[in-house]
Design a protein around this ligand. Structure first.
Ligand SMILES: Cc1cc2nc3c(=O)[nH]c(=O)nc-3n(C[C@H](O)[C@H](O)[C@H](O)COP(=O)(O)OP(=O)(O)OC[C@H]3O[C@@H](n4cnc5c(N)ncnc54)[C@H](O)[C@@H]3O)c2cc1C
Length: 389
C-alpha cells in the first residue's frame, strides 16, 4: 500500500458510527500512539439505532442515549467535529469544514442518508422515525395521539435494520394498549420485503405470529409510493390506498451526497471487495451502510467489516500477510414488546444464500441486548452505560 512505511501511519476515518468507532478503537487498542487516526463526524454524539426507539416510546430521555465524541480518550485517535465536503480517493485527501486531511489509509464509514423529500407527502404529513430528530420528535406525537389508524410504512429497499419497522409496529401496539387506546385503533405495517426478515424464516414466522396475536395487519411485498396529505391516505405501489391518522415512515435511503459527488458510488453505494472491504482505489476502504457489501444495513455488519479492515491495517503495519476475510456474520436483537427480545444469528456468506437461527423471544434475552450496548460504550467511549434501567 502506498505510504504504508510512514511512521506513524496516517489513517483518516470518515464517519463515527458503528463502523468508524469500531475501527478506531481497534487501531488504538493495538497500536496506541503508534498510529495517527483522525476520526471525522459532523455530529457531536453517537446514538444507537435502537436507542431512537427507546426515546420514541418514552422509555429513555434523549440525554440518556447520547454518547459524546469528546469523551473518546483513545491513544492515537483525534476526533474532528466537521462536515466532510469533498473526498478525493486517488490522492486520499478529504476536505472538511475543519480543513483538509491527507491519509495513507482512508476509510469511508459514512452510513446512509435519509431522503424524506423523495416521497411526495411524507415530509408534510408523515413522521420519519428513522432519523434521530424524527424519532425524538415522534415521542411527542405519540404522547399526543389519542388512538386511530396507525400505518407504519417503508418507502423502498435497502433500509437500515430490516427488523426495526416490525419492532415499531409491536411497540406501537404496546404503547396504545398501555394507554387504553388499542381497541379504538388499528395498526398496519407496509414492508417492501416478502416477509419481515427474509434471511431468517424462523424470525419472520415468530414476528408474523406476534402480529396475528396482536391484530397487526402486515402488508408484505408492498412499498409506500406517496402520501396524500389532504385525504391522509398512503398510496401503495399496487395503487391501493391506506387511510391513516398517524403515519410513521421509513424514508428512502441514499448514499451520502458527498460520496455521490466524489464519484465513488458506482452502484448507488460504494462497491468493495467482499473479503477485504477494499475499494478499487489503493489504500481506500469502505465499511457499513455506505457500501454494497451484500449484507443488510445494520450496525453489527458495519462493526464486523470494520474489524476486518482493522486487521488488514494492523497486518500491514506489522509487515505481516493479509488479515482474515469478512465472513458476513452478525447477531441482531429484535424487540417484541412486553420486554421480550429475540436474538437472530445470521450469516451472509459471499455468493451463497444466507442462513440464520432464532433464539427467543424472551424477557431474559433483553439483558443480552442490554449487554450488547453496554459493551460497545465501554469499549468505544470508556464509559459505563446501561440502555434501560
Ligand atoms: C430505528 C433503528 C433501529 C436500529 N436498530 C439496530 C440494531 O438493533 N442493531 C443493529 O446492528 N443496527 C440497528 N440499526 C441500524 C444501524 O443504526 C446502522 O445500520 C448503523 O449505524 C450503520 O453503521 P455505519 O457505521 O455504516 O453508519 P452510521 O452508524 O450511520 O454512521 C455514519 C456516520 O457518518 C456521519 N456522516 C455522514 N455524512 C457525513 C458528512 N458529510 N460529514 C461528516 N460526517 C458525516 C454521520 O453523522 C454518522 O455518525 C437501527 C437503525 C434504526 C434507524
Amino acid at each position: 500500500m502506498p505510504g504504508i512505511d510512514r511512521q506513524p501511519l496516517r489513517v483518516v476515518v470518515l464517519g463515527a458510527g458503528f463502523g468508524g468507532l469500531e475501527l478506531t478503537t481497534r487501531l488504538s487498542d493495538e497500536l496506541g500512539d503508534g498510529v495517527d487516526v483522525v476520526l471525522v463526524d459532523r455530529t457531536e454524539d453517537f446514538v444507537f439505532g435502537f436507542s431512537k426507539l427507546d426515546v420514541m416510546f418514552g422509555r429513555l430521555e434523549p440525554e440518556q442515549v447520547r454518547h459524546r465524541y469528546e469523551d473518546i480518550a483513545a491513544p492515537g485517535v483525534r476526533f474532528v467535529n466537521a462536515e466532510v465536503l469533498a473526498i478525493d480517493p486517488v490522492a486520499r485527501r478529504v476536505e472538511t469544514t475543519s480543513g483538509a486531511f491527507e491519509a495513507d489509509v482512508l476509510v469511508l464509514a459514512l452510513g446512509s442518508d435519509l431522503d424524506p423529500t423523495a416521497t411526495p407527502g411524507l415530509a408534510e404529513d408523515g413522521v420519519d422515525f428513522y432519523s434521530e430528530a424524527g424519532a425524538f420528535a415522534a415521542r411527542d406525537v405519540l404522547e399526543r395521539f389519542e388512538g386511530g389508524r396507525v400505518v407504519i410504512g417503508v418507502m423502498s429497499t435497502p433500509y437500515k435494520c430490516p427488523p426495526a419497522p416490525s419492532e415499531t409496529a409491536l411497540l406501537v401496539h404496546e404503547h396504545l394498549t398501555r394507554r387504553g387506546q388499542r381497541e379504538r385503533s388499528s395498526i398496519t405495517l407496509v414492508l417492501p420485503l416478502p416477509s419481515p426478515v427474509p434471511p431468517s424464516p424462523a424470525t419472520s414466522a415468530a414476528l408474523t405470529e406476534a402480529f396475528d396475536q396482536r391484530g397487526i395487519d402486515l402488508r408484505a411485498h408492498r412499498a409506500v409510493q406517496r402520501l396524500d396529505p389532504e385525504r391522509h391516505v398512503a398510496v401503495l405501489d399496487d395503487g391501493s390506498e391506506l387511510p391513516y391518522d398517524l403515519f410513521l415512515g421509513v424514508p428512502v435511503h441514499r448514499v451520502p451526497e458527498v460520496v455521490e459527488r466524489s464519484g465513488m458510488a458506482t452502484d448507488g453505494w460504494v462497491a468493495v471487495d467482499r473479503g477485504t472491504l477494499a475499494t478499487r482505489w489503493p489504500g481506500v476502504y469502505a465499511v457499513g451502510d455506505v457500501t454494497s457489501a451484500g449484507t443488510p444495513k445494520a450496525g453489527v455488519f458495519a462493526e464486523g467489516q470494520a474489524s476486518v479492515v482493522a486487521e488488514a491495517i494492523l497486518a500491514q503495519v506489522r509487515g505481516q500477510g493479509g488479515g482474515p476475510a469478512y465472513d458476513g456474520h452478525g447477531v441482531c436483537y429484535v424487540e417484541f414488546g412486553d420486554q421480550e427480545v429475540a436474538v437472530v444469528d445470521v450469516t451472509f456468506p459471499d455468493g451463497a444464500a444466507p442462513s440464520g437461527f432464532l433464539e427467543g423471544p424472551s424477557v431474559e434475552l433483553a439483558a443480552v441486548k442490554g449487554e450488547f450496548g453496554t459493551s460497545r460504550i465501554r469499549r468505544w467511549f470508556g464509559q459505563d452505560w446501561a440502555p434501560l434501567s
